[in-house]
Design a protein around this ligand. Sequence first.
Ligand code: ATP
Ligand code: MG
Length: 389
Amino acid sequence: MKEIILIKNGELALKGLNRSSFESVLVKNIRRRFRYLGRVEIKCMQSTMTIEPMSEDFDMQEAIDILKRVFGIAAFQRAAAVEKDMDIILKTAPEYLREQLELAETFKVEAKRSDKKFPLTSPEISRAVGEAVLKKFHHLKVDVHNPDLTVTVEIRDRNAFIRGNQIKGAGGMPVGTGGKACLLISGGIDSPVAAWMMSKRGVVLDAVHFASPPYTSPQSEQKVHDLLRQVSKYSGDIALYTVGFTKIQELIRDNCEEEYFTLVMRRFMMRIANKIAEKSDCSALVTGESLGQVASQTMPALACTDSVSDIPVLRPLVAMDKEEIIGVSRKIGTFDISIRPFEDCCTVFTPRHPRTNPKKEQLDEAERSLDIEALVNEAVENVKFELIR
Ligand code: ATP
Ligand code: MG
């Protein structure tokens, strides 16, 4: 028996996008994520996409786990592909779905026949398979309205497919259909969640991290790596640019009014990220900011940071509570990494009384003694690049 994976068109998130380009991006993403599993054949026929392993030692369970994290798929199924022979179908169905049948209390059989030359009609197939199942699993009852398990038998051109219940997919849009953006990643809880959310909308991500050694430790950079590696299980590979931020932070500390430290620093981050975004073809920035969470995230403060960015700053968490954000971070596996106790550059020179109602002009004034352009250019020239995969 050969096992394959089936994805129905209705289970793809085809929102207004050209179907074939959507599908081709999705297929490319699946191939890339399956690269260590061995060769697969992926076919898109009418309303169905099939993924067929081409090697004997293909790890189907691993493939399923990977597929659950591929955006653009709302649901999918594993299926047995067998010969179009009723004896084989009747023997295979109860065996192949054993685990699911044991767990269910009620079931029904649904037969679909796209090959009209097949000798039995759909109701005849359903009845025969239902009887074969009941013969092996005495505890089961038929419920055609609300069954725990639906056994589907589909007679296609070349094979018959036998499948059980659907597996929930990650939803969203295939990464690559939503443009490219540059994520500002700290080591905190929020920015990895922001990354996952944008990636779910089909956005390809690059990432920028600002490190201030020796105030920040190598462990905090490792933490950023580990966070991105976890995010990349959903988003695919991420290009990481690490920016040395020590000199700028020290200059801010020594030359700016303390109440503006954080915002001046955030504006430098924006300017540097803008330059990196321009070089790497990103058309927006993404941050993990959430309205009112801290002093630098009030509406006037966000306006001050936005005013130095030439491209849109996307803040997917803007209206989320910390509790909701934590819930997502647990779900996507970044929470335990985020709570490792290493300093972020933001926390190094935190002002005692940050301004919550700043004006853009006040910030321009606070920054006046700094040679902004030279500092930004120097930071961009010395950026460190790595590919996180
Ligand atoms: P997080 O949990 O993501 O650290 P936070 O609530 O601690 O967020 P801040 O530290 O004020 O908030 O940072 C807000 C946002 O600014 C972060 O979500 C991130 O997008 C960006 N940011 C903060 N520090 C850094 C850094 N060292 N490098 C890159 N981006 C950063
Ligand atoms: Mg932070």
